[in-house]
Design a protein around this ligand. Structure first.
Ligand code: UDX
Length: 458
């Protein structure tokens, strides 16, 4: 790292769906002339060798292997306590280095809510990166009200009822904790309340979204929150549009490139890509339903089965003997895929996703229609937006059942309904491209973010 320029300190949450957008944001801001300092945990550390232009500073938060074995609210609570002292120490050290340019601000993941108090104490402005969508955040912000109005805790008898404050959401779309989180629901809501309150107390919020996608939520937020809002997404395309620097992979797992060679042998738009992201967990029964649904659909498939995806099982052990061989090359399974490359491949026809925000943005940017099976938190809201607001996908509304899976895949990839969905997602892809062009909404918002950062006073 040689550059001397205005310094920014970024602090990513060490989970895949959060590291990716934070490092993409780092590249975007680097392309705008800032020097980038990254404070990161030892757990799930990013790989500094992939970003020689940034300065990395590891903290030792002391999380044990058993504490990081499950990604849920418990881990978030631990991160928000165990990082406090080492983070404060590290930030203090960076701030006191007078041989360098002053630090303009801290950009912290919104889920590191403890950073507000520290930034205030050290008198450094704090901007927050929210890695999820704006629409789901508004639902988070309204959870106290929705609890008061009796929508939560979730009652089975009400789950198909509309949430009249947030059309077209149904009660069953309201955020719930991961199934592996066995703590009281109140702990989950406490984390969300802290996330919302400490985000609203920041000097601005950066969003990996764009105006045409979430205009209504962004407008409401501008009106209600009283702090600047910067929708500058889609991040992974912004990097390419804003400079010569490229989007470098921040995968924590090894990407299996063989799946690209396999995709090269398929026909255009024929393959369904299946991935449930970096932290969702499904049961063995659900896993087998997915396997048979894919097999019975008769479509070629590329399926990411991450180690740990199936609760209590070793990788592919539950699959019937000879399952893939009997399909004669129609399907392939990998542990982790180069997802951006996969979605951009001409042979991909659909993406069956857990509806994590990054996955949705990445799919829209390549004009790939989706099938949604949300698992927890914001994914439920995201999925409803995909199927009922943007209408660029279908939702598996009744869980994972092989007959329904087969029917949904065929509806999207073979039947007439799929044509309309494909058309809509291709239009949304165009809008995602346009917003990054000069005078596009994300382009302008990025310029305002740069001016805003420069105007902040420590
Ligand atoms: C988590 C939450 O589950 C999600 O709801 C929230 O919006 C962000 O954090 P995650 O499970 O990590 O998300 O999913 P997602 O947001 O889709 O991010 C996954 C990232 O991993 C994507 O950028 C995707 O490109 C990448 N990925 C996924 C791969 O590179 N290879 C894979 O095989 C699968």
């Amino acid at each position: 790292m040689e550059r001397k320029g205005r310094r920014l300190v970024l602090f990513p949450l060490p989970l895949q769906g959060h590291l990716n957008p934070m490092l993409e944001l780092a590249n975007i801001l680097y392309s705008k002339g800032f020097s980038i300092y990254i404070i990161h945990t030892s757990f799930n550390s990013p790989k500094p060798c992939k970003y020689p232009h940034f300065s990395f500073h590891a903290i030792n938060e002391g999380l044990s292997e058993s504490e990081t074995s499950r990604i849920d609210g418990h881990l978030l609570a631990l991160l928000n306590t165990k990082c406090v002292e080492p983070f404060k120490e590290c930030l203090r050290r960076l701030l006191s280095d007078v041989s360098e340019e002053p630090i303009d601000c801290l950009i912290s993941d919104s889920l590191f809510h403890f950073t507000r108090a520290i930034a205030e104490g050290l008198k450094v402005p704090r901007i927050v990166l929210r890695t999820g969508g704006a629409s789901s955040f508004l639902v988070y912000a309204a959870l106290p009200l929705l609890r008061e109005r009796g929508y939560l805790p979730l009652q089975d008898s009400q789950k198909e009822e509309p949430v009249v404050e947030f059309p077209p959401l149904k009660v069953k779309d309201l955020p719930v904790p991961p199934v592996t989180d066995n703590r009281a629901p109140t702990s989950f809501y406490q984390i969300i309340d802290s996330l919302v309150n400490e985000t609203k107390a920041s000097s601005g919020i950066i969003w990996n979204t764009f105006e045409d996608l979430e205009q209504s939520a962004l407008t409401t937020m501008r009106h209600d929150f009283g702090i600047p809002i910067f929708p500058i997404g889609p991040f992974h395309k912004t990097i390419l549009a804003s400079s010569s620097s490229s989007s470098s992979s921040s995968s924590l797992l090894i990407e299996d490139q063989n799946c690209i060679s396999w995709l090269n042998t398929q026909t255009n738009k024929s393959v369904i890509y299946v991935s449930f992201g970096s932290s969702a967990v499904i049961s063995e029964t659900e896993f087998l339903e997915v396997a048979w649904g894919l097999a019975n659909s008769n479509q070629p498939f590329l399926w990411v089965v991450r180690p740990g995806l199936v609760h209590g099982s070793d990788w592919l052990v539950p699959l019937p003997h000879g399952f893939l061989e009997n399909l004669n090359g129609r399907g392939t399974i990998v542990k982790w895929a180069p997802q951006l490359e996969v979605l951009a491949h001409p042979c991909i026809g659909a993406f069956w996703t857990h509806s994590g925000w990054n996955s949705i943005m990445e799919s829209i940017c390549e004009g790939v229609p989706m099938i949604c099976t949300p698992c927890f938190v914001d994914q439920l809201v995201n999925a409803r937006y995909v199927s009922h607001v943007w209408k660029v996908g279908l939702q598996l509304d009744n869980g994972m059942e092989r007959g329904e899976i087969e029917k949904t895949i065929r509806k999207l990839m073979v039947e007439k309904e799929g044509d309309e969905i494909r058309y809509r997602v291709s239009k949304l892809k165009e809008k995602a491209n346009l917003c990054l062009k000069q005078d596009g909404s994300s382009y302008k918002s990025l310029d305002s973010l740069v001016s805003h950062i420069s105007s902040l006073e420590s």
